[in-house]
Design a protein around this ligand. Structure first.
Ligand SMILES: Cc1cc2nc3c(=O)[nH]c(=O)nc-3n(C[C@H](O)[C@H](O)[C@H](O)COP(=O)(O)OP(=O)(O)OC[C@H]3O[C@@H](n4cnc5c(N)ncnc54)[C@H](O)[C@@H]3O)c2cc1C
Length: 499
């Protein structure tokens, strides 16, 4: 701790809570709800560095920002979603706001609290957390028995922009979607969007109508699934006056059933699924469009998140001549734009770098365990939730192929069950440890990149915990197995150590 922090600590009182939740995004607010329902006696606080709830949906303000998952499954299992399946950030924020209000969670949440350090003391079985107030710079101190990490997976302050050759020469406006200036005037301008993931697919149709022209420069294509932004089953059930709680439950089950079938098919017959996805794109772009070059990915379907395109809006922009795809690589920047490796000159008034995130491991918080700095990469993960050598802490890392929140809800049940189990046992501390049969287990990188390989994970893999070759020691990204396995975890299993 710095001298200033020590000084301010002696001047401010330290508040104690049974549980401290880091982050008021969809995971943290969900965690607070489940805790209040399943562990009603526990005291808790949620700290977030932003000025309000929402996390991802508050940070991102680029035009057209919306979910790419349906909200029946991205929404919580306990609060019905009643709008169209794909939702805007604003709709998600207001849904989360209702959860906070309806469940009296607001008094438990403190905004503008940026957590800078978390120190575990084995002597006291306590975490001491220091947070800096983002408006005044003052420090606040908290102790907590249990830390629930809902900090997401990327740094909110700044997106990832590669260090391209000559980028400093560009005289136009350079914008990352994560820090989109609210007053950015793109009307009548030529805009170049670099990147082709879900963000590009959202920004392009949202701005194309107002711009002179939008060019999308992608290194390699992404899979898109065009469709209509409505759920037929939900519409029918609503028409016959079924209760929204029941509709939510049924529609979630149906979507998850269909997604499971799709995932299975993507693994078993990737070529057939690929052909179907490409046919969906061709239906919008017509037979003469070069789908092979611009919309035929090199990876197998479902290795990265599939971007749902409501009403094929990005394709309509291309057909209307408002947007053009270029599949090539950046060689260097010039004053006016970009020269590609293929020799193309792409000039633009505004360049949008939809190039992804900076991975944020444990909220960029400085962790110590009994005064020793924690190097997360030295730990082994227990199902992507707990970590060897790190007591009384659970981390929420959701799904990428299915909706993130499915896992956040499930981990919340696990945390609450663990807290209640500890209370019943009179335990003050729980941690996971390799069992005798795990000691010769090979330790591998956090994710199997054959299975799932987005850029920010590849860039940050060396910072993340290791995984083993047994399911207990892996973060599998497999909702359909975890929904059976996580609720069935034996909390008295040999991997759990209590004291
Ligand atoms: C543009 C975009 C669209 C997406 N669309 C989907 C989608 O459709 N479906 C899907 O499943 N997933 C989607 N994702 C992934 C998405 O991030 C997650 O699904 C989900 O919103 C993550 O929620 P979270 O609460 O876990 O984390 P976040 O939303 O990242 O929230 C974490 C919160 O923790 C706070 N925090 C972090 N560190 C600290 C600290 N040190 N001190 C204090 N507070 C801290 C942050 O300020 C933030 O508010 C999308 C991601 C992006 C960026």
């Amino acid at each position: 701790m710095t001298e200033t922090a020590t000084l301010s600590r002696s001047q401010t009182k330290t508040e104690h809570f049974d549980v401290l939740i880091v982050g008021a995004g969809i995971s943290g607010v969900g965690g607070a709800y489940h805790l209040s329902q399943q562990c009603p006696g526990k005291t808790f606080v949620v700290l977030d560095s932003l000025e309000s709830h929402g996390g991802t949906w508050l940070t991102h303000k680029y035009p057209g920002i919306r979910s790419d998952s349906d909200l029946y499954t991205f929404g919580y299992r306990f609060k019905p979603w009643i709008g169209p399946p794909i939702a805007s950030a604003e709709e998600i924020l207001s849904y989360m706001g209702e959860v906070i209000e309806e469940n009296g969670l607001a008094p438990h949440i403190r905004y503008k609290h940026k957590i800078t350090s978390a120190r575990w003391s084995g002597k006291d079985n306590l975490w001491t957390i220091e947070a800096r107030l983002t408006d005044t710079g003052e420090s606040r101190f908290f102790t907590a028995n249990f830390l629930w990490m809902c900090q997401g997976y990327y740094r909110h302050e700044k997106g990832y922009t590669p260090d391209w050759d000559g980028i400093e020469n560009y005289k136009g406006t350079l914008v990352h979607p994560q820090t989109w200036p609210e007053d950015l005037d793109y009307k009548g301008k030529n805009v170049l969007v670099i990147g082709s993931g879900a963000t590009a697919a959202t920004v392009v149709p949202a701005i194309a109508g107002d711009c002179n022209h939008v060019t999308v420069l992608q290194r390699s294509p992404t899979y898109f699934a065009p469709g209509v932004n409505r759920n037929e089953l939900a519409d029918i059930l609503r028409e016959i006056d079924i209760d929204e709680t029941i509709i939510h439950d049924i529609v979630r089950k149906k979507i998850l059933h269909d997604q499971e079938a799709f995932t299975q098919r993507s693994m078993k017959e990737p070529e057939v699924v690929k052909a179907e996805l490409l046919a969906g794109v061709r239906a919008y772009l017509g037979p003469d469009y070069d789908v092979d070059t611009h919309f035929t990915p090199r990876y197998r379907p479902w290795r990265q998140r599939l971007a749902f395109v409501p009403d094929g809006d990005i394709f309509k922009g291309i057909v209307a001549g408002k947007a053009t795809m270029v599949t090539d690589e950046i060689d260097h920047f010039t004053e006016k734009g970009i020269i590609t490796k293929g020799g193309k000159t792409l000039e633009a008034d505004i360049i949008v770098t939809a190039t992804g995130f900076n991975l944020n491991v444990l909220g960029d918080i400085e962790f110590t365990i009994d005064e020793k700095p924690l190097d997360f990469a030295d730990t082994v993960t227990y199902r992507g939730m707990m970590f060897t050598g790190v007591p009384n802490m659970v981390w929420v890392f959701g799904y990428f192929r299915a909706s993130w929140t499915l896992r956040a809800d499930m981990i919340a049940d696990f945390v609450c069950r663990t807290l209640n189990h500890m209370q019943a046992k009179g335990a003050k501390r729980v941690e996971v440890a390799l069992r005798p049969e795990d000691h010769n287990m090979p330790l591998l990188p956090w994710l199997d990149t054959e299975n799932f390989n987005p850029g920010y994970m590849l860039r940050g893999m060396h910072l993340l915990p290791k995984r083993g070759d047994k399911r207990e020691w892996q973060h599998t990204q497999d909702y359909w197995r975890e929904r059976e396995e996580i609720p069935a975890i034996d909390l008295d299993g040999a991997e759990f150590k209590y004291s």
